[in-house]
Design a protein around this ligand. Structure first.
Ligand SMILES: [Zn+2]
Length: 243
């Protein structure tokens, strides 16, 4: 293991300063990877509003790449600055964790390191997440009231169901629900009762006196009989009345 001498440190310092200049030059030349420009300028479109999102997918991908590259360069720059500071205060070449000299070969390979190989901090994934994610998990975020037993009102999920009636990207074949046979029922909780709790409420009707009961043979009624629900006595009565 060779400890770096002053001349060698000066050589490494020159390399670090070179790298630092290069990154700063790249930042100024390409305008922070074009991140300072609006997406509209880079697509050449007059507006991105009335276009299908797919139209700007390439630009979006490029922009995401720019953000990642920019972040990477920023990180590199921070490391270089820390190494230069260490050179200035005489702690360069000494591992910050174990205080042992860092092998010269390692410094040559990674001049911006402040750690020996055993104590090199693990590379972490970026913690920068889009703020929208806070609201996407659980589904429908803070507006979903399904978990609250006491709440029966209109919530975010209901709003989604209304919008979803106009179509989504699912097909009956790809639906999570195995009972789905047509596009009508692709949406989430498409089978849920709308406007009533028990299905019997949706097909039994009375006149204004409340004494004469009639049955409306709607889909719920059919499902009710087919799924063998409720009281079979009722079924017989219905037949007797020739309804
Ligand atoms: Zn160490």
């Amino acid at each position: 293991m060779t400890k770096p001498n002053t001349a060698h440190i000066q050589l490494l310092q020159a390399r670090l300063l070179d790298e630092q200049r290069e990154i700063e030059k790249r930042f100024s030349e390409n305008d922070h990877y074009g991140l300072a420009n609006s997406l509209r300028d880079t697509t050449g479109e007059l507006s991105t509003i009335d276009n299908h999102p797919g139209d700007v997918a390439t630009e979006l991908y490029e922009r995401e790449k720019d953000v990642a590259l920019h972040e990477q360069e920023e990180l590199h720059l921070n490391r270089i600055e820390a190494a230069l500071t260490a050179i200035a205060d005489g702690t360069y070449g000494i591992c910050k964790t174990c205080n042992e000299p860092i092998p010269l070969e390692r410094l040559d390979a990674v001049p911006d390191t402040l750690y020996c190989i055993e104590h090199a901090p693990r590379q972490h994934l970026s913690l920068r997440r889009p703020v929208e994610e806070l609201f996407l998990e659980p589904p429908f975020g803070r507006t979903s009231m399904d978990e609250h037993d006491s709440y029966n009102g209109f919530d975010g999920e209901d709003a989604w169901q209304i919008v979803e009636q106009w179509g989504n990207a699912d097909s009956p074949a790809t639906s999570e629900n195995r009972d789905v046979a047509d596009y009508e029922h692709v949406g989430i909780e498409a089978f849920e009762n709308d406007g009533f709790v028990e299905s019997i409420e949706s097909f039994l009707a009375t006149d204004i006196t409340g004494r004469h009961v009639s049955v409306i043979r709607n889909r719920e009624y059919k499902n009710y009989l087919e799924s063998d629900e409720g009281d079979h006595g009722l079924e017989a009565d219905l037949e007797d009345q020739h309804l």
